[in-house]
Design a binder for this molecule. Structure first.
Ligand code: KQY
Length: 364
């Protein structure tokens, strides 16, 4: 593996859309006892179900710690590659490389990672093992790797249409915990140089009470060039209503890099999902403090789906809107089957299906 200090766009590389063909997908076996209740028992079952679906059409690589390797190997299908790798947590979207292509070769980008805000408002310390995973994965997968460790970015904070447009949020990328020495224009320049995009659409905020500082992948996602789904509620008393309304306003007044207007499909949210007393009791403390409080609202959203080669896999919460979410998404992905999996046990960790996956595009 070569470590590259040039810029992907200047080298002719760009980040493809998630709905383009994939060579594979990366996940990390869950283990943090302060994130996942009861020693991650239920989360592991949900991860295994998700991996089963993705591995029907993609080569899946799962990173497991030394102490978890045997269990992961036993629970996962034989076509899944399980490798031993150290990690602090299990959010492959944010710590695995972002992959770029020039049409014939795939390379990775190794962003700096500081656990969603470092010492300003990060979620755990230390994060050194997670920060080393992107480079290790490039090595494992035999991909050259761009060194962007001086720029803090998580994969969950960006979505691209693969045709020059990037979606992100100001709440996350302009927050004080990532790159406070850079202004908005400088951040745009970095993103364009790294991802081969020309146009960035900035939404203001993400999902209410999302501990990632409003990752885009929980509120808005491309389903096709010029088309997005937006997390939505009709309840004007919900704090999410004002946030989603502002996003809608920005999106409907935006055009993409090719000059197309953005078509917005509303994806209704579930009713607020709050953690229970019993679930909190299943979580270990972190540094002597509880990580969650009973009644705390979790950042539940159907937008946090993964687009695999043959399926779109969507979180379900046991809510009346679960089926509606699948019905809304199916016509938007006519060549794939939309599948729901019960994902409350993933959500308790602070993210969902999209956050625990990272696609490796196919070089076409
Ligand atoms: O949503 C994500 N991309 C990550 C969530 C991290 C939560 C850590 N407890």
């Amino acid at each position: 593996m070569n470590i590259l200090c040039s810029e992907p766009a200047a080298d002719g590389f760009r980040m493809p859309a998630e709905f383009a063909a994939h060579e594979g997908c990366i996940l990390i076996w869950p283990h943090r006892r302060d994130s996942w209740q009861n020693g991650a028992y239920a989360a592991r079952k949900a991860f295994a179900e998700l991996i089963g679906w993705i591995s029907k059409s993609e080569k899946v690589t799962v990173c497991a710690r030394f102490e978890d390797y045997d269990e992961a190997r036993r629970l996962l299908p034989p076509q899944v590659r399980v490798v031993e790798m150290s990690s602090d947590d299990s959010w492959a979207r944010d710590v695995a490389p972002t992959f770029v292509t020039n049409g014939s070769t795939i390379r990775g980008i190794d962003w700096g990672f500081n656990a969603w805000g470092g010492l300003v408002d990060g979620l755990y310390f230390p994060w050194d093992k997670d920060n080393k995973m992107a480079r290790k994965l490039c090595d494992l997968l035999d991909k050259d790797c761009y060194n962007y460790r001086d720029f803090i970015l998580e994969g969950g904070s960006i979505h691209t249409d693969g045709e020059g447009t990037l979606l992100t949020t100001e709440e996350c990328l302009l927050g004080k915990g990532r790159n406070p020495h850079l202004n908005k224009i400088e951040i745009e320049q970095k993103l364009c140089a790294a991802l081969g995009v020309e146009k960035i659409i900035w939404l203001r905020k993400g999902i209410y009470h999302d501990e990632t500082n409003g990752h885009i992948d929980n509120i808005c996602a491309f389903t096709a060039p010029g088309e997005v789904v937006l997390a939505w509620t009709d309840d004007e008393n919900d704090p999410q209503y004002a946030i989603s309304s502002e996003c809608l306003d920005i999106l409907t007044h935006s055009s993409d890099a090719k000059g197309r207007p953005i078509r917005v499909h509303k994806l209704l949210l579930p009713k607020p999902v709050c953690i229970t007393e019993q679930e909190c009791e299943g979580l270990d403390d972190m540094d002597g403090e509880p990580t969650r409080t009973a009644g705390e609202r979790l950042a539940a959203s159907y937008v946090n789906f993964y687009i695999a080669n043959h399926h779109v896999i969507v979180p379900q919460f046991g809510d009346d809107n679960d089926a509606k979410a699948l019905e809304t998404l199916q016509p938007l992905f006519p060549t794939r089957t939309v599948i729901g999996i019960y994902a409350r046990d993933i959500l308790i960790g602070g993210g969902n299906i999209h956050c625990i996956t990272q696609q490796i595009p196919l070089a076409i």
